[in-house]
Design a protein around this ligand. Sequence first.
Ligand code: KG4
Ligand code: ZN
Length: 364
Amino acid sequence: MTAPLTILGIESSCDDTAAAVVCGVPGASMILSNVIFSQTEAHADFGGIVPEIAARAHAEKIDHAIEDALAVAKLNISQIDAIAVTAGPGLIGGVLSGVMCAKGLSASTGLPLIGVNHLAGHALTPQLTDGTPFPYVMLLVSGGHCQFLLVHDHDNYTRLGGTIDDAPGEAFDKTARILGLKQPGGPSVEHAAKNGNPRAFTLPRPLLGRDDCNMSFSGLKTAVLRTRDEVITKYGGIPSAICADLCASFQAAVTDVLVGKSRKAIMAAHSIYPNINTLAVAGGVAANSTIRNALRELCAETESFFVAPPLELCTDNAAMIAYAGLLRMTDGITDDLTLSARPRWPLDQTSPALLGSGKKGAKA
Ligand code: KG4
Ligand code: ZN
């Protein structure tokens, strides 16, 4: 039995400045605090994340996030066992802010430093929230990521497939922009789709017919743009009922692709682990209830467990980084002050790189 560890986690790879404290042992840990300063408003006028604004905002907020995380956990830094920090992949300015801050803290306190892969943080969340044992299949689906991972253990992943172009969250955001709905697009499109007919428009399901687990969403985005133009030509604008139909049809196309490819990912995982029985999701798009419900049904049909962490732990946060750090520290893996920030850092170093990048920068 390993001794419980208390880990401070720091995350700043995209547009959230976050710090958290997690305490426990592998498979049985508690989140003592989980502080997030979102930058959504700072980027709102620009239609996307501006890396320079993000880096400056991280540098301004990161100390406060750490102080708040310790205060909420009712701990001081001397009661922490190690500092885990996202060392990539992500926007380099943000990752650097976190890594420099963590190095400074480590140098001044003597606490061990642990560099964590942001994607590993997402991939390990089902174990933090639900104690899910390895191995399991993870669908990571957000504005910056879209991939199926076979999670063998905390330091060993196989990428079963992923997007070859845009991430689905990016397609949701673009669809909202095309239809004049507010950002972030996922919640707006989901809300509008509630009153729409998912069969009103026939939109493409790219690569769905192919046997592999790769996906593509950029053609779908273009199809929404073309359909919108046809609607404007016909009606002289976008009537709200038609907007709802288009949102519902778009959401149905994304859902079909994610469910169809999840089925293939589960089958691919079965050929490696015949008894594997869990599909987990993470990332902002996993908040979508149509997508969640469809994945839940797929799991019922394939006799698999479906693990969907609470939304605040599906999106970027530092608790997942602290937990990934806890697993590394338990295995005796730490870094030193030469730890570097990595804009690209695929979890599976052996699979060939996919072409996709996602709006928030190349992730894997
Ligand atoms: O994980 P996340 O907070 O950040 C990264 O991309 O790393 O995900 C944000 C993405 C955005 O593109 C947003 O539109 C999408 O997740 N999203 C949703 C929903 N809520 C957020 N997409 C579909 N339906 C939702 N309800
Ligand atoms: Zn993320």
